[in-house]
Design a protein around this ligand. Sequence first.
Ligand SMILES: [Ca+2]
Ligand SMILES: [Ca+2]
Ligand SMILES: [Ca+2]
Length: 294
Amino acid sequence: MATLTANILAGGEFDSPPDTPSNRLDTGGGFSFVGALEISNGVSTYKGSAVAISENWIITAGHNADLNDDGLPDPIWSGNLHLPGYGSYAVAEAFTHPAFTGFANPSINDDIALMRLANPLPPGLVYPSLGSTDIGDIVTLVGFGRSGYGSYGYTSSATLTDRRFGSNVIDTLSLDDEGSGVAEVFRYDFDDPSTTGQTDGSLGNDLETIIGPGDSGGAALMWDGNQWVLVGINTFTEGYGGRFGDIGGGVLVEPYEGWILETTGIPEPGAGALLLMGILPLVWRRVRVGIFKR
Ligand SMILES: [Ca+2]
Ligand SMILES: [Ca+2]
Ligand SMILES: [Ca+2]
C-alpha cells in the first residue's frame, strides 16, 4: 500500500561498498536549494521537504499542504522552509494542484503544491531548472527524511538539518488519472546490493536509495552537464518501510510546468534577463513522456 512517507535510506549495513546514513549527508551544500519543510496545523507538527525554484517560490508534495486529505490547502496551516546555512523562511501562501484530490484519495496523482515565501531567499542560491525524465534514467533523490539501512529499515528521525541524497533508476511511469494520456507518476525499486551490475539491479550499496518519512516534497533531479534539473517531486513509498524490495516514487514535474509557470509568474526578475536573451530555462528538454511503457 502507499504510505504518506517519503527518507533517504542507506544500503545494507554490512554490504560492500560500506555505507551508513551519515555517508548520505549533503555536507558540501550541493543541494542547497532543497530545504526541510516544518509544518503545523495548530494541533500537530510534521516534517517534509521542499525544493526552491526561485527566490520566492518552492515546490513540494501536495499532501504537505493538505493534512486532512481533501486536496485543498488546509485553512489552519503554517509552514517554514529551513535551508541549512541560509536560515528559515515562512510560507505565505500554498497552492495545491487543481487536480489533486488528497493523498491516495483515491489516487496518488497530482500530489504537488506550490508555496510562496513571505520573504525572498538570499542571493547566491542556485536553483534547478525544470525538465522531464523517462524509464531507465538515473535520478538523484534529495530530502530531509528518516534514514536507516535497506537491510532492516529506519534508524534515524526526520530533521530540519540533515539533507541526504542518493540515487535510483526510474522503472515505470503511470498515466494521468484524468485521462490526458501523459505520464504523471514515476516509480523505482530499492534494489538489494547483491543485484549490483545486473540488469535493473542496484546502482551500488552506497548509491541506491529510497525515500522515507520526511522526504515527501523533496527533489528527484538529473544533471544536464551544467545544472541540476528538477524532474520529479518525491511523494510516496510502497512496502515495509525503507527496506530492499520496497518501491518509491512521486509525481513528474513536466506535466505540471504550465501550472507552475502560471501560478508563480516565473520567470521572475533574475530569469527575465535570460528570457530576453531568447533562452527559456523552464522548458529545457521537451516532453518525452507521452508514451506509457512497461
Ligand atoms: Ca485540505
Ligand atoms: Ca492527473
Ligand atoms: Ca532500483
